[in-house]
Design a protein. Sequence first.
Length: 512
Amino acid sequence: MPNKDKPNILMIMSDEHGPMFSGTYGHSIVETPNMDRLAEMGTTFENGYCNSPLCTPSRLSMMTGKFVSHCEGWDNATPLYVGRITWPWLLKSLGYETALNGKMHMMGPKPLNGFDKQLTFDPHSDNMLPVFRWKDKMKEAKTPWEDVLEAGAGTSPVTVHDDYVEKAAHSYLKDDARKKNPWALVCGFISPHFPLKVPDKYFNKYYPNNSDLPDIPSGHLDNLPPSAKRLQKFTGTGGPYTDEQTKKARAAYYGLVSFLDEKIGRIIDTLESTGQLENTIIIHTSDHGEMAGEHGLWRKMCFYEQSARVPLQISWNGGNIPKGRWEKGVMSNVDIVATILDAVGINPVEWNMDGDSLLPYLYGKEKKWKDEAICEHLAHGTDGPRIMVRRGDWKLNYTHRETKEFELYNLKDDPGEFKNMAGKKEYEKIQKELFNRIKEIWPDPDALEQKIRESQEERFLLRELTSPSNNDSDKADFRQEGNREHLTAIDFYAGIVNRGKNAVDKGDSRLF
């Protein structure tokens, strides 16, 4: 019988999905009928944010319910400290079975961090990516980012992986063992993450007649903030690309969104057909967004809306979460963690979480929500600590470097973030207020930067001393389980994600 005190948890986590690239969030082209279905089933948050615009840091924050600077998950080569409590560990303490299915991009040997088992292979967690040291500076890419140029119809290891994740999800949910104990399942899809390859059915839906171009006002690219200019040069995502190349790449991205959306719908169908929908909390989110050419950028690693915002949807038929509700309040993934714990009877405050449960607000017990999100970037793609605070209509971005950099946007008046109001006298009060909030989180940014740099140096040295060789003899078929231990981390990552190539230039930062 369903136990409302211990609801099942199904988290559907995509990768690199900016919510504005979906019909549910108002895009006029991209079709996402199953995200629409989730919106009807529960509550959708218009202004949901990741806590870092990069895979591993965002996911470690999601696992721990703490901001990245608090859980110390700096970058894509940082393992989570083994003594760190995660929400799967806490659910296990209540008798939950916890399963990871697909990507969570956690580093280290057997990186389950509270999950009982991994149902499918996570191609990103097996690969300890390069340790980028800030002292090496941000090197300029020699050529345009090639994924835009290679976008189109086809399959990739990403789409193949996601097919396996969906298949494993159906098997897990249909297993009679699910009737014995409450369960928590995370389905970690990689779509719509690059490479920008998607099967014909989805690509042809958008190309050549149903795609579009980024919204870039005349002169905007010449006046990008310094942080965006550095990122553009580092990643090579400024191209140059022709309009047709950009439309084709966006069409492939849109196709990947629809490819993912269909999988979401079929998993909900299985929940319903197995009688588990009533007592299952469904959460749909992503680790970060995708720039898709906006502001002259692709990928993520910045605080523009396309990069930092994520879809956030939650439903629970048996728990009376409001259906069809569209919530404009600002929130983030750490709040989702606090909500999960609250739903199963664990007080997130007792575990010093940075998020707040949404349930009192959604149930009407609290009339006012904090209306705030924090996002940090402490990895490659910057040469110093960066942090964003969004509160209400206002967003402040801060880069801590010798010459401090600020960006201030009013997202109600300037949703495209084309007008940086930082430093203007008439906005001095709101800038100071938001910067004071940043100082609460970073009381000593110099000490934080020093800690990050020390971690980079330590991990870089250990990597140099312990990585396997890069000889051709080590590069057997990367797809074979038994051969993984013989590959260098970067070669394995390149094999899985970079269209099957066995070797890459280890200095090529554009791949990560």
